[in-house]
Design a protein around this ligand. Structure first.
Ligand code: C2E
Ligand code: MG
Ligand code: MG
Ligand code: MG
Length: 287
């Protein structure tokens, strides 16, 4: 009967909820051990100057090879934020990016820019900029080659964030606003803080070919960014037509059209096999 079916549905539902909870708590347990067990890696996605095909830098993106297989950041980053594990994981990521950058340098490939993502939780630590300073000093890497990517959620506590941003900039780091245009208060963020780069969210490029209104909005945001003297990076370019449409704007693109995020050992092959060229190699042939 319908009544019995209803009861069965409830049972199925609770069983599913149970196994989801188990998966979540198991994953949390695994995440706690992941740093010690060296299960993290950084992959790097090239950023390409659309005007001339030069690779101007790379975004470092965390990868977790867990006992459950490869868990995407969209699943484990929120968990790491909730548990506070993002603080040591984030420090690891910055240090690893420094080490990878040095290795890339040793190959004669001076990457102009390495972007590292930092979450709001890390920004809440009043000693954050001091920790960052120590990492660059210990690793003997020039912070001026690095950019810190933050989202507008960092700006919820505007005073504390503005102070930390100032301290990071004083170290020589650049600041990028990630996922720009995806949230509620994007303009509020750029109004209050001097930022170096605006990373325009993939959602604004997704429909640009089928919906002209999106192109007008995109063009207006690019204009705002240029007036603020910020570098503009468009995220999530997948199609040749999108790249062509954006070429005249003189901006930077990042997306599967150019490359997926790659393990650091594959960057050399990417540069020699793709039609894109290393910006620093082109600019400084003697180095
Ligand atoms: P994000 O910082 O906005 O990074 C861009 C995301 O878009 C990456 O996903 C990248 O692989 C993906 N992407 C790039 N081009 C394309 C494209 O053409 N099409 C599509 N569909 N996707 C594209 P990923 O690596 O899964 O990372 C997701 C998010 O996780 C990041 O978004 C960032 O918010 C967070 N994340 C990743 N690594 C770190 C980290 O080291 N620390 C912190 N705090 N967050 C991180
Ligand atoms: Mg990012
Ligand atoms: Mg983004
Ligand atoms: Mg994102």
């Amino acid at each position: 009967s319908a009544k019995e079916n209803g009861k069965n549905n409830v049972q199925v539902f609770t069983r599913e909820l149970d196994s989801q909870m188990t998966r979540k708590s198991q994953m949390e347990q695994a995440l706690k051990k992941a740093l010690d067990e060296q299960q993290f890696a950084l992959h790097y996605q090239p950023q390409v100057n659309l005007a001339n095909g030069e690779v101007i830098g790379y975004e470092a993106l965390l990868r977790w090879q867990s006992p459950f297989g490869n868990v995407p950041p969209s699943e484990f980053i929120p968990m790491a934020e909730e548990t506070g594990l993002i603080v040591p994981i984030g420090e690891w990521a910055l240090r690893q990016a420094c080490r990878d950058a040095k290795e890339f340098c040793a190959l004669g490939r001076v990457a102009e820019n390495i972007s590292v993502n930092v979450s709001a939780r890390q920004f809440k630590d009043p000693d954050f900029s001091e920790k960052v300073r120590a990492i660059f000093e210990e690793e003997n890497v020039d912070p001026r080659r690095f950019e810190i990517e933050i989202t507008e959620s960092v700006m919820l506590d505007i005073e504390q964030s503005a102070r930390i941003i100032c301290e990071l900039k004083a170290l020589g780091l650049r600041i990028a606003i990630d996922d720009f245009g995806a949230g509620y208060s994007s303009l509020n963020v750029v109004k209050n803080v001097e930022i170096d780069t605006l990373k325009i969210d993939k959602s604004l490029i997704d429909e640009v070919l089928i919906n002209r209104r999106n192109l007008f909005i995109l063009a207006a945001i690019i204009e705002v960014g240029k007036n603020l003297e910020a570098r503009i990076v468009i995220e999530g370019i997948e199609l040749e037509e999108q790249g062509e449409l954006l070429q005249p704007f003189g901006i930077v693109g990042q997306g599967y059209l150019f490359s997926r995020p790659l393990p650091p050992g594959n960057l050399e092959a990417f540069l020699s096999e793709s039609k894109y060229i290393a910006a620093s190699a082109a600019a400084k042939p003697s180095e």
